[in-house]
Ligand binder design. Structure first.
Ligand SMILES: [Zn+2]
Length: 250
């Protein structure tokens, strides 16, 4: 079996990505980065998922991007709530963490080279997402090129690095259906940007909105539930939320 590094955030996408990597026969080495998130629930979810995915090793590395701030996910900026689909996609939101996926992939590459692995799995998604530039296929391709230029194993021809982003062109509903078919237990995941002190999802941030829409469209029940009493709504139709968005050129 080939070894692969899985970037495991604790969210729905990275859980599904891990299940796909396992199905493809990889032995997984999970990497979770504590980058100064507003809350610790994601890290706890990552630990649960690492066990569920039976990874060979789970590394949690701290790189405190909150020192720089500049994001609602690490700084003092409020997390946007109650936004419709067209608002979520109107501009890159304040929940964008500057250069996060570049930092995460750089760490995953270092881990992979050390292990002698040439494969990295990342659960980014460019369809039902919040407009982050480092979730696009072009970014993934560019990073793969960099990986082969930047490493000893790449330059010496001992490794041809592949950055696997199997969810990149799937809708959230398609991701959920795929995960359920692979037996992913979504009750182990955490999605919300701004949960209450017990970890209960707010039901109102962009991440909760996209998750709820995904489960609804997949015809599945979200095992996290707990949306009672929150102001739920379905996002407005927009190109990114329809199948046409697959053809969208970023
Ligand atoms: Zn939320």
């Amino acid at each position: 079996m080939k070894n692969a590094v899985l970037l495991l955030s604790g969210g729905l996408d990275s859980a599904t990505c891990g299940a796909i990597a396992r199905q493809e026969g990889f032995t997984l080495y999970a990497l979770t980065v504590d980058y100064g998130q507003r809350h610790h629930f994601e890290l706890e979810a990552a630990r649960r998922l690492a066990r569920a995915l039976a990874v060979r090793e789970h590394r949690i590395v701290t790189v405190d991007l909150a020192q720089f701030g500049g994001s609602a996910l690490t700084g003092e900026i409020d997390v946007p709530k109650d936004r419709a689909g067209h608002e979520i996609e109107a501009e890159i939101p304040v929940t964008y963490v500057p250069a996060r996926n570049t930092v995460l992939l750089a760490l995953a590459l270092a881990y992979a080279e050390t292990l002698g692995a040439a494969d990295v799995f990342l659960g980014v998604n460019a369809v039902d997402y919040s407009g982050y530039p480092d979730c696009r296929p072009q970014f993934i391709e560019a990073f793969a090129g960099l990986a082969n230029l930047a490493t000893k194993a790449g330059v010496e021809g001992r490794a041809k690095y592949t950055i696997h982003a199997p969810l990149v062109q799937l809708t959230k509903a398609e991701i959920i259906r795929r995960g359920l078919a692979l037996g992913v237990d979504y009750s182990l995941t955490h999605t919300c940007y701004d949960p209450d002190p017990t970890g209960k999802p707010c039901g109102r941030c962009d991440a909760c909105t996209l998750r709820r829409k995904g489960f609804a469209e997949a015809g599945a029940r979200d095992p996290l539930g707990g949306w009672e009493g929150t102001h739920w709504f379905l996002p407005c139709e927009s190109p990114r939320f329809s199948d046409r968005s697959r053809e969208k050129v970023f």
